[in-house]
Design a protein. Structure first.
Length: 754
């Protein structure tokens, strides 16, 4: 039994049209909303206005209100139109007595009480027409039966969420073609990675998919921390759907995941793919997924993202975007003056805006958020905010939060996302206390706790371990704000307590053409040197170098050194150059106590070569690396193809060359490794991965003068298999789009007047 309370007026009218066309057996016309026409739906057979239908969505109102509207507003219009037959459809539940009363009021146009269709009759029609019920997804998503299943499924047991909160989220949801594409992928492959840009609706799509499978009898298991949680409850005999939201983390500057997490995820995917009782949904931002693929050996040689479902703005048709905007206006009960201002302007300019984003729309059309005080500038305010989305936060930042809360946000802007609360508290204390002394403000030991409490849920989100911005656009705003107020940047450098903080501050400056670093170079360079050996742990910062060799910055000494090289290349500073020379020319003494892989050394040398900083490393440093590489390969323990690339980089950069005897020895090792490794990857996933791997094999084969023809033929065969699989899967991407004109969409918004 549906109560229709979470349908908008527009949704209700479309549902009524679909059901009455089934009931009556012929097509109905729908009309633009006018102030006086009195027609929602019509059928004209022998004569004009043979049948007129009025849709009254009064699920959240009363019988007396419906009755008053019909008598005072509709009856005069009915008499003027003089239809042969008049039908009223309402979402209000009607007793037999109330139907009799309405039929008497509307007689002779309503022939009998069958022409008064209320909530019960609509539910009867839905039971008889399951195709209509399925097509109107909000019905089954918001039904009591499904909501009870959600609450009892364990999906939300980690938070005290109520049925009302679930309904609040669902009423804004608009189903798009990505939903059906994801369903096709899940039905075929049993797993789907939902990726896309921030704010596009990845988590919402994933949750809608969960509800869809929940209604088919699947048990939902939500993974909170790591994939081992899934292994603990996996049962191949049960219908289970696993959900791992933001599994690579909202990290923005890093892709490092927990130890063995990558291989564990891949192994679990293999289990799921073989079992139709199991489904697996993962979400992540698209660029984070790409970074992870580039920097992680296990993910690099897998089909991890081969059949991901990328959620794009283009997945939202023009009508989808219009419905999202409509839902926020309708369900937020936007005051009439604001609606009038929107409708007085071309509201489709909002729908078509290049910066349209579902999350931003939700912020801009919310009475509790960013409404301007003057309704007459509402439309202009929305357009201005879409033109400059980061400015959405300026007013709230400057007018609504305390000084300690502002300082907390400055600190977060200088840290990698997903940093620990403990780390943030240490750095906040250093920054906030220094700032309090400079501006002679009162400093309180409870300022950190108070700032977190003030910001949590609006500017930031916290859990037991980590702290993040609530919305990526907040970070963008703070970048701009710090750039405009250089004193904040200088103080952040002077109080920096971790090398990762230096990386974040440098990246912030780089996004502003290095103007901040150039102006405050002394403070920044001091921070670099002071923190080069810092042990303060911040979770997974990143810096990437976009070349044939891609590196991630974490707490590794090699990666810190590569970052110094990057800064030196950009700033050309003698102090930094001398510091780097000292480190590179003492490689045997400085680095052999660290657990450094050949891949990291290769990345270091590759960057030195490509950035043309060969003069910074001595022959002693190069020989130390060569000897280490040879010793690792001779041990023949977990050696992979990429370990041999270090020799090609050394020779390509003219650092040194191997002797003929050593090169022959390394060639034998390479041939053995490539022969074994190429057959160990059972699922390559995409032709792009195979092409990348082929490039490495071909370069190394040429360097070592080894015949790898058989390996290349095998890889080409793998590409053919993937082409065939892709053609099979392509059919799941085809979704019929609903064709609606601009006039129809404007008509939908016009209904908000009434």
């Amino acid at each position: 039994m549906y109560d229709f309370k979470l349908l908008s007026d527009y949704d209700f009218e479309i549902l009524s049209k679909d059901l009455l066309e089934k009931k009556l057996g012929y097509d109905l016309e729908s009309f633009a909303k006018g102030r006086d026409n009195g027609i929602d739906l019509r059928y004209s057979g022998v004569q004009k206005n043979e049948l007129i239908i009025q849709c009254k969505h009064y699920a959240n109102s009363s019988f007396s209100s419906l009755k008053s509207n019909l008598i005072n507003a509709e009856l005069p219009k009915i008499k003027k139109l003089n239809p042969t037959r008049y039908i009223v459809v309402t979402s209000l539940a009607l007793t037999p007595n109330k139907k009799d009363e309405l039929q008497r009021i509307l007689s002779p146009y309503c022939k009998n009480t069958g022409d008064i269709i209320g909530m019960n009759e609509l539910n009867d029609l839905l039971r008889k027409n399951k195709d209509v019920e399925i097509r109107h997804y909000k019905l089954w998503l918001t039904s009591s039966a499904v909501l009870d299943k959600i609450l009892n499924s364990g999906v939300y047991t980690r938070s005290e969420i109520t049925k009302n909160q679930i309904q609040e989220k669902l009423k804004f949801y608009v189903q798009n073609k990505a939903f059906f594409r994801a369903i096709g992928i899940l039905n075929e492959l049993n797993y789907c990675i939902v990726s896309g840009v921030p704010g596009i609706g990845k988590s919402t799509l994933a949750e809608m998919l969960l509800i869809r499978f929940l209604d088919d009898g699947f048990e939902i298991i939500k993974i909170a921390q790591n994939i081992r949680e899934a292994y603990d409850v996996y049962d191949s005999r049960k219908k289970q759907i696993f959900y791992y939201d933001d599994f690579l983390g909202q990290i923005g500057r890093d892709t490092k995941i927990n130890k063995n997490e990558d291989s564990d995820i891949l192994e679990f995917l293999k289990c799921v793919r073989k079992n139709s009782n199991s489904k697996f949904i993962l979400t992540t931002r698209e660029y984070i997924l790409n970074q992870a693929k580039a920097t992680n050996e296990h993910l690099y040689h897998s089909d991890f993202d081969a059949k991901k479902c990328v959620l794009l703005l283009s997945d939202y048709t023009k009508l989808d975007r219009a419905k999202i905007l409509y839902n926020h206006i309708f369900f937020n009960n936007l005051p009439k003056k604001y609606i009038d201002n929107l409708l007085k302007n071309d509201i489709l300019k909002i729908v078509n805006h290049k910066n349209y984003n579902p999350r931003i729309i939700g912020l801009l059309v919310n009475p509790n958020s960013l409404l301007p005080e003057d309704p007459q500038v509402f439309f202009k305010s929305i357009i201005n905010n879409l033109d400059n989305p980061t400015e959405i936060w300026r007013f709230a930042f400057e007018k609504h939060i305390s000084k300690e809360a502002q300082d907390m946000l400055f600190i977060l802007a200088s840290l990698p996302l997903d940093s620990s609360i403990e780390t943030a508290s240490i750095i906040f204390k250093a920054y906030h206390s220094a700032k309090s002394r400079i501006y002679q403000n009162c400093y309180n030991e409870n300022d950190f706790k108070n700032a977190i409490k003030e910001l949590d849920g609006n500017f930031i989100l916290t859990d037991d371990k980590a702290i993040n911005f609530n919305n990526p656009s907040i970070n963008d705003f703070l970048d701009n704000y710090i750039a405009e107020n250089g004193a904040e940047f200088e103080l952040l450098c002077e109080t920096a307590m971790a090398f990762a903080q230096c990386v974040s501050l440098y990246n912030l400056s780089a996004r502003k053409n290095h103007s901040l670093i150039k102006k405050f170079s002394t403070a920044f360079i001091n921070a670099l040197f002071r923190n080069f050996y810092s042990e303060l742990s911040i979770k997974n910062p990143i810096w990437r170098f976009n070349s044939i060799w891609k590196l991630n910055y974490d707490e590794s000494i090699i990666d810190r050194l590569i970052f110094l090289l990057r800064v030196n290349k950009d700033l050309k500073n003698n102090l930094i150059s001398d510091y780097i020379k000292n480190l590179l020319n003492n490689l045997p003494n400085n680095f052999f106590t660290w657990d450094v892989s050949l891949e990291e050394y290769a990345g270091l040398l590759n960057y030195i070569y490509l950035s043309k900083q060969n003069n910074l490393i001595s022959s002693d440093g190069i020989n130390a690396i060569i000897n280490y590489a040879i010793s690792v390969i001779r041990k023949d323990y977990e050696v992979v193809i990429k370990d041999f690339i270090i020799f090609t980089i050394i020779e390509k950069g003219s650092f040194s060359t191997l002797s003929k005897e050593l090169k022959t020895e390394m060639a034998k090792h390479f041939y053995k490794v490539q022969e074994e490794e190429v057959e160990s990857f059972l699922d390559w996933g995409s032709n792009e991965l195979i092409d990348d791997y082929k490039g490495d094999i071909e370069n190394l084969g040429q360097y070592f003068c080894v015949d790898i023809k058989t390996t290349l033929e095998y890889l080409d065969g793998q590409k053919s298999d993937i082409d065939e699989e892709d053609s099979i899967c392509a059919s799941t991407d085809v979704v019929q789009e609903e064709q609606v004109s601009d006039a129809d969409m404007k008509n939908m918004f016009e209904s908000l007047r009434h």
